[in-house]
Design a binder for this molecule. Structure first.
Ligand code: BEZ
Length: 237
């Protein structure tokens, strides 16, 4: 008789994949993801648990930056494997009681998904059993207006995210798309950008422009200036 071994296969979406769709209940009502966000960028992020300190510091920081993300056409969506009433109670406690790094009276108005069945967390590879089997790690998915996953970042339970970096990623992805360039290490608006060799870095040949202001150190490493105002005009349009 054949041995019946029960084996669960966990899949994780990858960069370039269509964001897996799901329907969920959130603190802001029902959600049909990613269809509800067509035409917008969205950051889907998970946290391990409500009523925990690192997560609290993260939610206060993210909520304080919500307007800044909205200016670059980016919505925020949180998720944990806690239930809706836990989410509501935790967010109320944050608003009423927690003061942290000058942030107080912070209202979290972006949706927080309840995922007690872990259906969404499993779909997105947010449960990483080596770290925890009953909680999501700190996953961050950047999804573009067409519903394609463009960047994924994971942090462990014990390390809070750098939200300036998450903002830099959104701006850099949008600017790279808009100008058909790639962004070098630590790029910030106003810095020179990389003009990729034709066909590389996902940049199509027809988007390449050989211009006088391009500086080439070798065939594979060319840069050019990209005016900071042009970047902000493009991403805040
Ligand atoms: C926290 O957010 O503080 C936390 C959550 C789960 C495990 C460890 C820390």
């Amino acid at each position: 008789m054949e041995e019946n071994v029960e084996k669960q296969v966990f899949s994780m979406p990858r960069i370039g994949d269509k964001a897996p769709d799901f329907k969920a209940v959130t603190t802001q009502g029902d959600m049909n993801f990613p269809a509800d966000y067509k035409g917008e960028w969205v950051i889907l992020f998970s946290h391990p648990a409500d009523f925990t300190p690192v997560c609290t510091s993260e939610f206060m920081t993210f909520a304080s930056m919500q307007e800044k993300f909205a200016e670059v056409n980016t919505k925020l969506v949180g998720l944990s494997v806690d239930g809706l009433y836990s989410h509501i109670a935790w967010l109320r406690t944050i608003k009423e009681k927690i003061e942290y790094k000058g942030m107080k009276d912070v209202e979290v108005t972006f949706p927080l998904i309840e995922d007690i069945t872990m259906e969404v967390a499993n779909k997105y590879g947010m449960i990483q059993p080596g770290e925890a089997t009953t909680k999501a790690v700190r996953a961050v998915f950047f999804i573009d207006p067409e519903g394609i996953i463009r960047t994924i970042i994971y942090y462990p339970l014990s390390l809070g995210r750098n939200f300036d970096e998450l903002y830099r990623v959104v701006v850099a992805l949008q600017a790279a798309d808009e100008f058909g360039v790639a962004m070098p290490a630590d790029w910030r608006p106003g810095d020179d950008v990389i003009v990729p060799p034709a066909g590389s870095c996902g940049v199509a040949k027809d988007r390449m422009e050989a211009k006088d202001d391009m500086k080439c150190y070798d065939w594979f490493f060319c840069t050019k200036p990209l005016d900071e105002k042009k970047v902000w005009d493009a991403v805040k349009k």
